[in-house]
Design a protein around this ligand. Sequence first.
Ligand code: AP5
Length: 215
Amino acid sequence: MNIILLGPPGAGKGTQARRLVEEHGMVQLSTGDMLRAAKTSGTEMGNKVAEVMARGDLVTDDIVIGLISEQLDGEAGQHGLIFDGFPRTLAQADALGKLLDEKGKTLDSVVEMKVDDDALVDRISGRFTCSKCGEVYHDTTKPTAKEGVCDVCGSTEFTRRADDNPDSVRVRLMAYYRSTAPLIGYYHAKGKLVSVDGLGEIDTVAADIKQGLGL
Ligand code: AP5
């Protein structure tokens, strides 16, 4: 099964993608994670990407489409895929449709995660991530079981994202409403859209997604 998780910044796409990976052996393709990796490469492209992401704007379509295309050509293409944070524009959605056609793959469902703006800001401002394994936590809604120690890998190193600040969050929300929200209608018209209330607890949202996907 190949799915897209679609929702505004902080909706819980990464959190739910990791659950689907653990429980259903799917592969998460997060363009945000790929771009954060590119940022640290020190190349000219990496430096440009870093500037755009820090502002909260969208990186150009050709860069992210190229990253996804490489993944589909590689080992990831052999598994059930979760597109997390991609596509984010109509051009990206069209490109994904073409790439999947070329590989003889289908897009099964697009899960729209609905969360209101106030909750998004709370979620983003409380987020921290294990530097070693990437597990995502939240100061109040998902703290580590033992303070300062990652539940998954035991690391004691955590990071907070540079774009999780109030100015960038405002720009990211604008980019979502301007460029990405139109994809809700796009996929609804294709009969692919499954909408879930993303405001519930993490386990409740996970159960709703599984029910919506028939898993
Ligand atoms: P990206 O990394 O994709 O960020 P995003 O879309 O802004 O989404 P987030 O990662 O902030 O949130 P999420 O929905 O994954 O939420 P999470 O699970 O972490 O993109 C970053 C940047 O890269 C973009 O701004 C852009 O510049 C660039 N980019 C990426 N893809 C691109 C593309 N395709 N085209 C162009 N540019 C692109 O949860 C958030 C917090 O809430 C966590 O602390 C979590 O523990 C908590 N939480 C999760 N679920 C719940 C719940 N149900 N209840 C309570 N707390 C919860």
